[in-house]
Design a protein around this ligand. Structure first.
Ligand code: NDP
Length: 336
């Protein structure tokens, strides 16, 4: 069994040496367990958080432990009545070829799911995040202006497309021309701006002549700085992620702008709410699956995946994603 373990905790951006490649024997399942072969491994920004031991909503990966991650896997052998050899499952096997799981902890996707890897993206955790964050906290209404960054990633792309379904004017923010073109031409956003542009803040102001009613926060940093003065009275900010800051080791220099933020929230009566989809919305998964399943089937929502092949590639692919080198949902094909 080949696997990547956490070798050391990163200081700043993760590097290859933070991971160690190991091999050991394949374990055998006990009563109630299944042996799984990883086929698809999901790489997600939250994994950066699990590499650090600062307090968070879940404990970190321990040094020497297999790196965590959701997988779509196949059952190799089963000692659980609900699973048979060859079944596809949604599991949490991490960065490795094989794993043992309790049958109670994995979800059976059947013998022949149509797009198995999509359960890691549009039909899984990132899609669910976009759906709940936008609809429950964002409360979109027709005619409102919605801004979302990381616009071609699985969360941002879905947020913008649901925003269009709800009648919003959607302005995306992404890294580079090609991603911006995709957001407009394929995903149907009204506009998409490149955050690398020197005059990004001015471009955003011009793109939002009626101000911003919903800012779906995925990145923080200079995108949030540009958004803050444009927020309308009674704006909503689903605070989903802050990926531009995940590698920071200390607070940035500069004047203390918390008073400005607080005054803006107060005077404009803005709702800013953080959420963790698994902890806040588990009870609404059925509603999401039904609605999203319908949209995807009818091709109202488009989904782009970036598939990398080979377990060897995982650290490099993960490090690249945090820097925006991915284009679409990052999935690694680990096995056949
Ligand atoms: P993505 O696939 O979109 O990957 C992250 C993207 O962030 C990069 O591709 C890059 O896109 C963008 N980015 C990186 N650095 C910067 C920067 N300095 N400024 C602006 N953009 C940057 O990730 P996901 O769609 O999976 O996740 C999006 C966000 O949602 C993350 O913050 C993640 O942590 C969060 N999340 C939160 C959940 C929750 O329950 N709260 C659940 C799932 C995800 P580009 O090149 O376009 O800038």
């Amino acid at each position: 069994n080949r696997r990547w373990v956490l070798a050391s905790r990163p200081h700043g951006a993760p590097v290859n040496d933070n991971f160690r490649f190991e091999e050991d024997h394949i374990a055998t399942p006990g009563e109630g367990q299944v042996l799984l072969r990883t086929v698809y491994l999901s790489l997600d920004p939250y994994m950066r958080g699990r590499m650090s031991d600062t307090p968070s909503y879940t404990p970190p990966v321990k040094i020497g432990e297999v790196m965590c991650g959701a997988t779509v896997s196949r059952v190799v052998s089963s000692l659980h009545p609900d699973f048979a050899e060859g079944d596809w499952v949604l599991a949490y096997s991490g960065w490795q070829d094989y794993s043992i799981a309790s049958g109670d902890d994995v979800i059976n996707l059947g013998k022949d799911p149509q797009h198995p890897s999509w359960y890691l993206g549009i039909l899984g955790m990132p899609g669910f995040t976009a759906y709940m964050g936008l609809l429950d906290i964002g409360q979109p209404k027709a005619g409102e202006t919605l801004v979302v960054a990381a616009a071609t990633g699985p969360v941002g792309a879905t947020v913008g497309q649901i925003g269009k379904i709800k009648g919003c004017r959607v302005v995306g923010v992404a890294g580079g021309k090609e991603k911006c073109r995709h957001a407009v031409e394929v995903l149907g956003f009204d506009l998409c701006l490149d955050h690398h542009a020197e005059d990004f803040a001015e471009q955003l102001a011009t793109a939002c002549p009626q101000g911003i009613d919903i800012y779906f926060e995925n990145v923080g940093g200079k995108v949030f700085d540009a958004v803050l003065p444009l927020l309308n009275t009674l704006a909503r900010i689903p605070l989903c992620g802050l990926v531009s800051r995940y590698n920071d080791t200390e607070l940035p220099d500069g004047p203390d702008r918390i008073p400005l933020l607080m005054a803006t929230l107060l005077k404009k009566r803005i709702r800013l709410q953080g959420f963790i989809v698994s902890q806040d919305y588990g009870h609404r998964i059925n509603e999401f699956q039904q609605e999203m399943g319908k949209w995807v089937k009818q091709e109202i929502i488009h989904y782009r995946e970036q598939l990398t092949v080979g377990l060897e590639q995982v650290p490099e692919t993960f490090i690249g994603m945090l820097q925006g080198r991915n284009f679409g949902k990052v999935v690694v094909q680990v096995g056949p």
